[in-house]
Design a protein around this ligand. Sequence first.
Ligand code: NDP
Length: 506
Amino acid sequence: MTTTAVTATEASSPPVTFESLSPISGDVVGTHPVHTADDVASAVERARVEAEWWGALTFDERAKHLRTWKAVMTRRINQLAELMHAETGKPRGDALLEIALGIDHLAWASGNAGKHLKRRRVASGLLMANQAAHLEYRPLGVVGVIGPWNYPVFTPLGSISYALAAGNAVVFKPSEYTPGVGEWMARMFLEAVGRPVLSVVTGYGETGAALCRAGVDKLAFTGSTATGKRVMAACAESLTPVVIEAGGKDAVIIDDDADLAAAADATLWGACANAGQTCAGVERVYVHERVYDDFLAQLTAKARDLRAEDSEDTKIGPITMPAQLDVIRTHIDDALARGGRAVVGGADAVGERYVQPTVLVDVPEDSLAVTEETFGPTVTVTKVASMAEAIERTNASRYALGSTVFAKKNAQEIAAQLRCGMTAINGVITFAAIPSLPFGGVGESGFGRIHGADGLREFTYAKATARQRFKPMMALTTFDRTEKADQQLVKIMSLLHGRGSTLPKR
Ligand code: NDP
C-alpha cells in the first residue's frame, strides 16, 4: 500500500507522525503517531491488564459497558460521519448508514454473548452417563484487530464488538488512510467505560506487522488477500491464530423469472456504492440469455444517470486509495483490449480522483476484470445459457466471499449450489446487515467468521469440563479394567452402533 507523508523529522526524536489526507481535496485531515514495534508491544502489555479486568466481569456487566459505548457513539453519529467523510471521501449519507449497521452489530454482540458463550450442561452420552459434562467459551485475552479503510467503522466493529462482547481486550490498528476514525472510536470507548479495554495503534503496514508479532492471543485481519498472507506468515512464527477476512469477486446471478427492475437496481448499487470499494460488492453478473437484453437495458439506463463527482449531493465519492486508480484502469483497459465493450463508462471513466460507473459486456472470463478484485464502480455483465452455467462461472473464482441470486422459482436451489460464505436472494449484501448471520469467506476470500454466534465464538476458546457424579457401572479408564468389562463394552457397542450393516459379524 502506498503511504502518506511522514511529517516529523527523519531524526530519531519521537514521535514520528503521519498525516491522513482527504481524498477529495488532498487536505490534511489529521496527524497521527507512527507507532513502533516497541509502542505496539507496550500497548499489548497494557491491554493484558485490561483483559484481566474485563474478562472477569459477567456478561451482563460487559453488556452494560458496551451499551454505554454504543449510546455515546450513537449520540455523536454526525461527528463520526463527518470524520469518515473527511478521511475516505464517502458521502455523508453512506457514512451514516455504515455507522448505523456497525452499531446494530455492537448491540447484537453485547446482547447475545451470554446466550451463546456462557457455561452450559451438554449431554455426556451413555458410555459416560456417570459424568456431568459442561461447555463454556472463554475469552482468549488480547485480540489484535487490523482493519481496512473502505468501511472504517462497520468492518473493524465486526471484529471489535464480537471480541469485546466475548470478554477480550482489543488493540486495533486502523488503516493508514483512516486512523482518525479508529482513534475516535477508542476515545469514545474510554469516555464510556473509563478504561482502555479498546486501544488503538496507528501507522503503516509495519505497525500492523508488529501487532502480529506482539504476542496477541488472536489476530483478526480484514484487508486484501495479499496482505492476509503476510499477516498469516507473521502470526505463524508464534502460532498466533488468525481470522482472515479478505477480498472478493462477488457475482450476481439472474434467472429468467427474476424481477429485472429490482435486479438492475440492486446490481448497480452493489457495484457502485462506496465507489465500488466494497469487499462483498458486485463485480460480475451472469444473466440468463432469455432476459439478458432486457436486464442490460435497465441496468445501463440507471447507470447512465449516476455520476461520481465532487459535490455535496453526489452518490459516489472518490477512490480513497490513490494507487487503486491504476488497478481499475488496468482492468478496464484489459477487458477492452480483449474484445470487451463498455456500454457505460469505459476507458475514460478513470479520472484523477473519481471513477465513473462502468458496465462492461462480452468480457472474456480469463480477463482481469473477471478474475481479479477491481475495487471500483465497474461491473461485467455476461450472458449464460442456463443457471448451471451461471453457477459454474460464479464458483470458478478463487475468491468466494458473497453472492446474490435474483430468481423466483429456483432461487433457493441456485443459492445452495454457490460455494461462498454468504448469499443474498432478491437483495444485495443484505446478509452483512443481519447480526445473527456469520460473515466470512472461503478460498482466497479468507476463513474464520465475524458476526453472529460463530463470530462471538471466533474470539474464544472452548473449555470443556467433565465431572464425575457417581462411580461408573463399568470402570473403563483404569488399568484395573477387567476382561468382563471389555466384553460388556463390546455388547453395548453393538447395541448402540452395530446396526445398519448386513455384513456378517466376525
Ligand atoms: P490492505 O490489505 O492493503 O490493508 C489492510 C490493513 O492491513 C491495513 O490496516 C494495513 O495498514 C495493514 N497492513 C498492511 N501491510 C501489513 C503487514 N505486512 N502486516 C500487517 N498489517 C498490514 O487492504 P486495504 O486497506 O486496501 O483494504 C481493501 C481490501 O480489504 C480489499 O481487498 C477488500 O476486499 C478487503 N476487505 C475485506 C472485507 C471482508 O470482510 N472480507 C471487508 C472490507 C475490506 P496500512 O493501511 O497502514 O498499510
